[in-house]
Write a protein that binds this ligand. Structure first.
Ligand code: ADP
Ligand code: MG
Length: 327
């Protein structure tokens, strides 16, 4: 099968190209038509075999995750997904793999009304790069720079589940088969928090998606906002202990392990965000409306730096470095 047959079979779809897409796959450029007056939100993420995923991951899960991590960036910006492009390097044409990959990818795309409008396909070591396009009203995008002293710090979902899965898959942690299966879903098929992000636009003061670890990603908000924070590390560990994936057995896991996974584990694709205390009820409502749990884990402070405290407010020592490709 040649390059063009491959694109036609797996990545070009019949029918109208989709909302806000005037022209999809097949020409030199795609043409996008955001609603009048809206800003385009654009983001790219690359996934490399051995670095971001195991060679034996299910192709459908990989297709899902490749788009999910990109939609997560739109979520963190409060944008509505419109379309995406896919640049793909493949070692060989493996039709079973392509079929699964395209299924996982396009199922998530359909869920979000986000059309595949173009890309590039070449031979080479397996590597995927997606660029997503979304729209957001001017002045409404969630930035990293908007956190203010006194704001609450929130997280969506249950940060740390993906890291527990990774530790278990690497044999560094024992988990019962059903627990591992549930955790593995969180690692391989993360849910981008698009619905929550859109509701937080104009409500939260700042946001970021948690890809490299909660504290590390939060510190990007803090440095962009020239502020510091106090974080309740027990709240983060307790949240993970209560994870539905652990089916009630969270108490059997070591508390410090849960703390480390919650604070420094990557790959969660949850949202970390800040909002003034006066908006607590509105934030909870945004969580309910989007079917996403939201939990307060700390507060922004004027003094720079992260201060970790336990549930009783006492200082906690410990370093929880986040993932860095070049560290
Ligand atoms: P060009 O040579 O102009 O870059 P290509 O021959 O690479 O165009 O691609 C032909 C068409 O197929 C273009 O519309 C391109 O956007 C699309 N395309 C190529 N690869 C992919 C892919 N992996 N997924 C979706 N569309 C793709
Ligand atoms: Mg090309």
């Amino acid at each position: 099968m040649g390059e063009f047959d491959l694109i036609a079979r797996y990545f070009a779809r019949p029918g109208p190209p989709g909302r806000s897409v005037a022209l999809g796959v097949g020409d030199d450029c795609a043409l996008l038509q955001p609603a009048p007056g809206m800003q385009l939100a654009v983001s790219s993420d690359m996934l490399v075999e051995g670095r971001h995923f195991f060679a034996d991951v299910y192709p459908a899960h990989l297709g899902h995750k490749a788009l999910a991590v990109n939609l997560s960036d739109l979520a963190a910006c409060g944008a509505r997904p419109l379309a995406f492009t896919l640049a793909l390097a493949l070692p060989r044409v493996d039709e079973v793999w392509l079929q699964g990959f395209a299924e996982g990818l396009l199922a998530l795309a359909d869920e979000h009304g986000c059309a595949l409008v173009g890309g590039d396909t070449t031979q080479g070591p397996l590597n995927l790069c997606i660029t997503v396009f979304g729209e957001v009203a001017p002045g409404q995008a969630l930035l990293r720079s908007g956190a203010r002293p006194g704001d609450d710090i929130w997280v969506s979902g249950t940060p740390g589940e993906a890291r527990l899965a990774l530790d278990a898959l690497r044999g560094q942690l024992h988990a019962a088969p059903e627990v591992l299966a549930a955790l593995r879903q969180r690692l391989e098929r993360p849910t981008p928090r698009v619905a929550l992000g859109r509701r937080l636009a104009g409500l939260a003061s700042s946001a970021i998606d948690v890809s490299d670890g909660l504290l590390g990603d939060l510190s990007h908000i803090l440095s962009a906002s020239r502020a510091g924070a106090r974080i309740d590390v027990d709240a983060a560990a307790d949240l993970l202990a209560a994870s539905a994936c652990l089916s009630g057995a969270g108490g059997c896991f070591d508390h410090h392990l849960l703390m480390r996974c919650a604070l420094a584990g990557g790959d969660d694709y949850e949202l970390a965000f800040t909002a003034p205390p006066a908006r607590r009820e509105a934030v909870c409502q945004a969580g309910r409306d989007s079917g996403t749990s939201v939990t307060r884990i700390g507060a922004v402070e004027a003094a720079p730096g992260l201060r970790l405290v336990d549930g009783a407010g006492q200082p906690v020592q410990g370093r929880f470095p986040s993932f860095d490709h070049f560290a």
